[in-house]
Design a binder for this molecule. Structure first.
Ligand SMILES: [Zn+2]
Length: 178
């Protein structure tokens, strides 16, 4: 499950650019396919939007404390910052860009980011599950192995000892700072 999935971009260039009738039919068929793709994408995004809302609600029911991330400009329903008594943190974006859509780039913006009490990133489980979140503090971002101890790379990256030199090399380019 990819939560950063709201980037539905459609390219309509290159479809029947010549004016022949054959080109026109091709254009109509292509337009139909684009329309279908849009409908499918919207359906998928709506399902993910609902899942992200359910994720937040399950966390709240499990004792996480939430506040609106961008108060007073945006309600907690679309941008929430959550804290857990064990020190875990989450940021949940569940924006439905009605009524701006279709002028807004995407109808939905969905993101769930989780960090441990050590400030390092944790993979978002497909559904809310506190044990999976706890286990995430032992999971390498890169090779996905569960290890006893994880290490920081870049700002909040979490990896195992073996992956550490490679991750630092890859993400800590000159000029980055902690
Ligand atoms: Zn690793």
């Amino acid at each position: 499950m990819q939560w950063q999935s709201s980037g539905a971009i459609y390219h309509e260039t290159g479809v029947g650019s010549r004016g022949s009738s054959r080109g026109c039919r091709r254009q109509e068929r292509a337009a139909g396919r684009i329309q279908q793709a849009r409908t499918d994408e919207m359906k998928n995004n709506h399902i993910e939007f609902q899942k992200a809302n359910e994720f937040r609600n399950a966390a709240l029911a499990d004792g996480w404390i939430a506040k609106p991330t961008y108060a007073p400009h945006e309600p907690i329903e679309s941008a929430a910052s959550l804290k857990h008594s064990e020190g875990y943190k989450m940021m949940i974006i569940t924006r439905d860009n009605i009524p701006e859509y279709p002028n807004a780039k995407n109808r939905y913006e969905i993101d769930i980011s989780i960090w441990g009490s050590d400030g390092l990133h944790i993979d978002t489980p497909p559904e809310y599950n506190m044990q999976m979140i706890r286990n995430g503090t032992k999971k390498c971002d890169n090779c996905k192995q569960i290890v006893d101890k994880t290490f920081r790379y870049s700002f909040a990256g979490r990896c195992c000892e073996q992956c550490l030199p490679k991750m630092r090399e890859q993400y800590e380019k000159s000029g980055w700072c902690d």
